[in-house]
Design a protein around this ligand. Structure first.
Ligand SMILES: Cc1cc2nc3c(=O)[nH]c(=O)nc-3n(C[C@H](O)[C@H](O)[C@H](O)COP(=O)(O)O)c2cc1C
Length: 408
């Protein structure tokens, strides 16, 4: 229901050359390694064990649904979502242009396509005479150790956007996204929807609590009181941070009576940052000026994003605006970026342009709808494998230190 106003085997199968089971084992091993590295206390370690158990259970449930390979996941997603999402071979915003609500970009769909085009404007310099043999894709984000610099985007609206009413519930969907991210060793977002009553949001936060420390939540730019009420709830979940998608303010004219979404003044943003000790990220930053303002009001990070081209037509692709933004604030706050990230090479390009990590939206929607947690994990695994190849062949040793010079 998020984003829109009125919504309420014995055999080893392989995907991109790596068996699903060995991947799940690897993900569990990564999780165990994380604990060792962080030197957690017994209570935390037990909580993390619970988290892993939950992710495995979610995966088993998805496997029961028949999803085994990425191609199966995509086929199942297409069967469930067509015509809302055609699950095109290249998710580029052409076929779904103007379909908001839906899966597309708003109006002409240009802003969605701009994201893909901005990334395509860069190529990678192939370098092979060097000592990078095993690139490091791990990083720590607000204390959470991640296996890859890829998180889920903030997505929701199973009925309104995805046309899945009666086929997949909001909670099942959120479980797929967040459980799949945990399974892959990274972190997923629970969404807030303008039309959602607080009780629906609370239910969704139960999934965030279940994956304690490995899941985060977003809040719409509601009234100040409503935002602070939701922050208090997020504080109970163990989420390492939360995000406010301020660019949803454009939906104000379409909000239901009594449901406010609004732009925010610096004073209001400062009030939000001061209301909690939880790191606060502002999602929907597209200019260096607003990035600097976000830093000034006390935000711990930003998401450079045009909301997947869904809120304002004719916004530039995020890869185009990212370097100027990162040049101003990188190192002083966390810089995340999203929009059109489809392959590991796209991830590497975003990192080279200045992001600390990326969010992936639509591809993981398909993963969750077509294969639950396992579908999401397979999708993330594929992107991370591609990232490792791209790092190896550009001489990039570490996702924490990516040079802009690798861009051609
Ligand atoms: C169906 C759908 C629902 C979305 N809902 C939200 C939302 O509620 N809040 C938000 O901040 N972004 C939302 N987004 C935008 C994503 O968080 C993200 O910015 C965007 O999808 C990234 O682009 P990509 O899909 O090309 O990867 C949504 C995107 C889609 C496709």
């Amino acid at each position: 229901m998020s984003e829109e106003p009125n919504e309420s085997t014995g055999q080893e199968e392989t995907t991109t050359g790596v068996s699903r089971r060995s991947f799940i084992k690897t993900a569990a091993a990564v999780g165990a390694g994380v604990l060792a590295v962080q030197g957690m206390g017994r209570k935390d370690a037990m909580a993390a064990e619970d988290v892993k158990r939950e992710a495995k259970a979610a995966s088993a449930a998805a496997a029961g649904g028949g999803a085994k390979k990425l191609s199966d996941v995509l086929k199942a997603a297409r069967e469930k979502m067509y015509p809302r999402c055609r699950v095109c071979p290249e998710c580029d915003g052409v076929a779904c242009s103007g379909e908001v609500p839906g899966m597309g970009g708003i109006d002409s769909g240009r802003a969605f396509r701009n994201n893909l085009q901005a990334l395509a404007a860069y190529d990678l310099k192939m370098l092979t005479f060097h000592e990078v043999k095993k690139p490091d894709t791990t990083l720590t984000l607000f204390g959470a150790k991640l296996s890859m610099p890829i998180l889920s985007g903030v997505t929701g609206g199973v009925t309104y956007n995805m046309g899945l009413g009666g086929k997949v519930g909001e909670e099942e969907y959120a479980e797929g996204i967040i459980g799949g991210c945990v399974l892959a060793g990274t972190m997923g977002f629970a969404a807030d929807g303008i039309g959602d009553p607080l009780s629906v949001y609370e239910t969704r936060l139960k999934t965030v609590s279940k994956y304690r420390g490995h899941a985060v939540a977003q809040i719409k730019p509601r009234t100040q009181a409503e935002i602070i009420e939701r922050i208090r709830l997020i504080e109970q979940t163990g989420a390492p941070f939360f995000a406010l998608d301020i660019d949803s303010a454009g939906r104000a004219s379409r909000a239901l009576p009594g449901k406010t979404v609004e732009t925010k003044t610096l004073k209001q943003l400062r009030e939000i940052a001061k209301s909690t000790r939880l790191p606060f990220l502002i999602k929907g930053i597209m200019t260096p000026e607003e990035a600097l303002m976000a830093l000034d009001i006390g935000a711990a990070g930003i998401v450079v994003s045009n909301h997947g081209g869904r809120v304002l037509d004719h916004t530039p692709g995020t890869a185009r605006v990212l370097p100027a933004i990162a040049d101003k604030v990188k190192g002083r706050m966390v810089v995340l970026a999203d929009g059109g990230v489809r392959y590991g090479a796209d991830v590497l390009k975003m990192l080279a342009l200045g992001a600390n990590a990326v969010l992936v939206g639509r591809p993981l929607v398909r993963g969750s709808v077509g294969g639950g947690a396992e579908g999401v994990a397979l999708m993330l695994q594929k992107m991370n494998e591609e990232l490792v190849v791209a790092m190896t062949l550009t001489g990039t040793a570490d996702v924490k230190k990516v040079s802009r010079n690798i861009l051609a």
